[in-house]
Design a protein around this ligand. Structure first.
Ligand SMILES: *Cc1c(COP(=O)(O)O)cnc(C)c1O
Length: 442
């Protein structure tokens, strides 16, 4: 048994083993290995036969007419933006709390981004902060199902319809998740997502675009898939330029990734269901603990948390005597559970979104094609700017092993229940918490 004294204050830690198997991801078996070796031995790495099979299977799983493989999620989102017709002078509305690849590609299209707030409970685009940001130049809303949590799609789709805007879903954090009984990635005009190794659907460096819209699909092909930009293309505006990619990009998926993708897809739903069972159990164990609030949808609903990518908890410092989340996370880490405060930093505060002149327009790129200064200074998106102080990481369990999960939950409970002992030497939070990205390649 762990002592009741906090490890940070000289007690013994709650978790003393590493439990590597609980966190290892993705799950790779001989079947994945054989699929990769087949591509390698055939010399088919740059082909499209495996990728096309993967696209068919992925589209069937997703329930969309089309799927188009890409070499990264960044590329797939770029293709989705071009697919929607985003071009010079256009604006997209995107949450400020997300990974940069939900937004930055718009600059290469001559367009720009206006950031909106996230809801403090879902950490996804706040439906009530969208409409007043719409201008005649607004073309699309970028929705991110952040850290597995489904965005509130019903009001968002209603706003988009009212204003005739396209909706792009960035499903990089939530492949296979559901909102009100319907799969994420099927609400908007198009969805695109990362399938890179750090995500819950992890197949290498890869991304995929899914849509029911033939024009968007063909435009994405035309943008970055030169050898598929051929006689199969039907759109009269695209036909004259077949043979060369309109974007000047090469976005084809690597077939070793496609091969892994085909195998991973077979087991994915089952594996993320086990993740959800484990993660929900973790939060159920902490239900009565002050200061700690789950970032999740109610477990018995027709929405879910997908593969629970990069899970975090919400922090209520007022319930813990004002203890900073920085000190809280230090104390949890000392208990043997690595814990970091904060989520993605708000994009609107980065100098790239304010002062960088990337392409030599003699103006900041953010407003190079704008009819007004739409930059958003510090203080303009207060919920997003404070989110780092209200969040901390939690373990991302891949297996339902109650005895181990109980130990990890006990570490969070112990720190929260002894919070007042930490107040004395609390250095407080730095002004900014979180990071621009999380992935550490190994
Ligand atoms: C990872 C990620 C991307 C980009 O995907 P890559 O495959 O890394 O290019 C886009 N959006 C979000 C929200 C992501 O987390």
């Amino acid at each position: 048994m762990s002592s009741s004294r906090l490890a940070l204050l000289g007690g013994s830690p709650t978790v003393t083993e590493r439990h590597e198997a609980m966190f290892h991801w993705p799950i790779v078996t001989a079947e994945d290995e054989a699929a990769v070796l087949d591509v390698l031995r055939r010399g088919a790495m740059s082909g499209t036969d495996v990728t096309r099979r993967f696209e068919e299977e992925f589209a069937a799983w997703q329930g969309t007419t089309y799927a188009l493989g890409h070499n990264t999620g960044t590329a797939a989102l770029h293709g989705a933006m071009f697919g929607c017709g985003i071009g010079v002078g256009d604006e997209i509305i995107c949450p400020s709390i997300t990974y940069w690849a939900s937004a930055l590609q718009v600059f290469s299209l001559g367009a720009t981004v206006v950031f909106a707030e996230v809801d403090p409970h879902t950490m996804c685009l706040a439906p009530n902060d969208i409409e007043h940001r719409i201008t005649p130049r607004t073309k699309a809303i970028m929705v991110v199902h952040y850290m597995g949590h489904p965005a509130d799609m019903d009001p968002i789709m209603a706003i988009a319809r009212r204003h005739n805007l396209k909706v792009i879903e960035d499903v990089s954090h939530a492949q296979g998740g559901y909102y009100r009984g319907r799969m994420l990635g099927t609400f908007g005009d198009v969805a695109a997502m990362s399938l890179m190794s750090g995500k819950s659907f992890a197949i290498g460096e890869a991304g995929i675009l899914v849509t029911n819209n033939r024009t968007i699909y063909e435009r994405a092909i035309a943008f970055g898939h030169y050898e598929r930009y051929n006689e199969t293309i039907q759109d009269p505006e695209l036909i004259p330029y077949r043979g060369l990619p309109l974007g000047g990009y090469k976005y084809r998926m690597h077939q070793m990734s496609a091969a892994v993708g085909r195998v991973q897809l077979k087991y994915y739903d089952e594996r993320i269901a086990e993740i959800r069972r484990a993660m929900n159990y973790f939060w159920d164990l902490l239900a009565d603990v002050p200061g700690l609030q789950p970032h999740r949808v109610p477990p018995a609903s027709d929405s879910n948390m997908a593969g629970w990518y990069a899970p975090h908890g919400l922090y209520k410092r007022e319930e813990l005597g004002g203890l900073s989340v920085t000190r809280f996370a230090q104390a949890v880490s000392a208990e043997g559970v690595p814990c970091t405060p904060g989520v993605n930093k708000p994009l609107h505060t980065h100098p790239l979104l304010n002062s960088a002149d990337v392409y030599g327009h003699d103006r900041p790129t953010r407003i190079a094609f704008s009819d007004r200064d739409l930059r958003q200074p510090p203080g303009s998106l207060p919920i997003s700017e404070q989110l780092g102080h209200r969040t901390y990481s939690i373990p991302w369990f891949k297996h339902y092993d109650p005895a181990i999960i109980e130990q990890y939950a006990a570490a969070y409970r112990k720190v929260a229940e002894h919070a007042e002992e930490l107040l004395q030497d609390d250095p407080g939070d730095p002004p900014e918490l979180g990071g621009w990205h999380f992935y550490q390649p190994h």
